[in-house]
Design a protein around this ligand. Structure first.
Ligand SMILES: Nc1ncnc2c1ncn2[C@@H]1O[C@H](COP(=O)(O)OP(=O)(O)O)[C@@H](O)[C@H]1O
Ligand SMILES: [Mg+2]
Ligand SMILES: [Zn+2]
Length: 283
């Protein structure tokens, strides 16, 4: 009983959660994994069961950000060879900070490159979605790889996505590439819930004056010109990057901070939009 996406195309897999939410960006390094993880924790804090799939197969960062990295190199196809389950959930999800987690980085070592050819990738993708023991989930957040290439599009066809969150930074380039991601979601029939502007402004730790490190894109060249809702802004803050590198997300390491409040507000906005949509029967 797969709901059709808005494009009318039937997704290939049944939904592993009540709501599946993609977090995407046009560029890497804008904070997509940071937003995915803190958003997932924000949703879980509001009392619903949440999973997070790190679908950045070539550059999985969720293991480092959750302190669950693997040191031992694995055989390249350790996962793809695990065919005994034949589509049944046989891979236990990791659990941390109240959320269920899965990442290609739980299978290969931190410093091991993911060498995947075009034929193996779809297998891995399906396995990490359909063969993971997610249990009952209200939300599955999917941290997409950056960009709008084949992998992203294949993922968007694989699952019935309830919505997408775009992550941009203030600069022109992030918005230029972000607009391509907006078009990708719209063409795939995935409802764009809005965008988060990350690394937006910086407060000088000495005099507490706001400093704009990045030049702000003119509005008419930004994603906001495409009628995209702003779900929230997150300032540039060394605490966020330190928290991520130490395996304790900002939501947990600094749960009383302004940033944590911003992530909670983003989680509430996502939840509000999706649950209202479900009541209207349009989810
Ligand atoms: N608001 C922020 N302030 C400071 N550092 C940040 C912020 N958001 C992300 N970072 C850091 O920037 C780097 C890239 O973020 P990441 O979430 O990995 O981006 P992406 O997944 O888009 O490649 C990471 O080291 C992360 O800790
Ligand atoms: Mg990432
Ligand atoms: Zn100053």
């Amino acid at each position: 009983m797969n709901p059709r996406t808005r494009s009318g195309r039937q997704p290939l897999l049944p939904s592993p959660a009540r709501f599946v939410v993609a977090v995407g960006s046009g560029k890497g390094g804008v904070g997509k994994s940071t937003v995915s993880l803190n958003l997932a924790i924000g949703l879980a804090e509001s009392g619903v069961p949440v999973g997070l799939l790190d679908a950045d197969f070539y550059g999985p960062n969720i293991p480092l950000m959750t302190g669950l990295k693997r040191d031992r190199w694995a055989g390249d196809w350790a996962l793809a060879r695990r065919r005994n389950g034949q589509g049944k959930p046989s891979i236990p999800a990791m659990e941390r900070f109240g959320i269920k987690l899965m990442s290609a980085g739980f299978i290969i070592a931190e410093d091991q490159p993911m060498i995947l050819d075009g034929q193996t990738l779809p297998f891995l993708m399906r396995q990490l979605v359909a063969e993971v023991q997610w249990g009952e989930l209200d939300y599955l957040i999917i941290d997409l790889p950056p960009g709008t290439a084949d992998v992203q599009q294949a993922l968007l066809r694989l699952l019935p996505f309830s919505g997408a969150v775009l992550v941009v930074t203030p600069q022109d380039v992030a918005h230029l590439d972000g607009k391509k991601a907006v078009q990708m979601f719209r063409r795939s029939g995935v409802r764009l819930l809005g965008a988060v502007e990350n690394m937006s402004g910086f407060s000088c730790p000495h005099c507490h004056q706001p400093i704009d490190i990045f030049h702000h894109v003119p509005i008419d060249r930004s994603v906001w010109a495409l009628d995209v809702e702003c779900l929230g802004t997150i300032p540039l803050d060394p605490a966020i990057s330190q928290a991520g590198d130490h395996g304790v997300p900002a939501m947990v390491a600094h749960s009383g901070s302004e940033q944590a409040a911003a992530f909670r507000a983003i989680a509430a906005a996502v939840r509000g939009q999706l649950e209202a949509g479900e009541q209207d029967g349009e989810s």
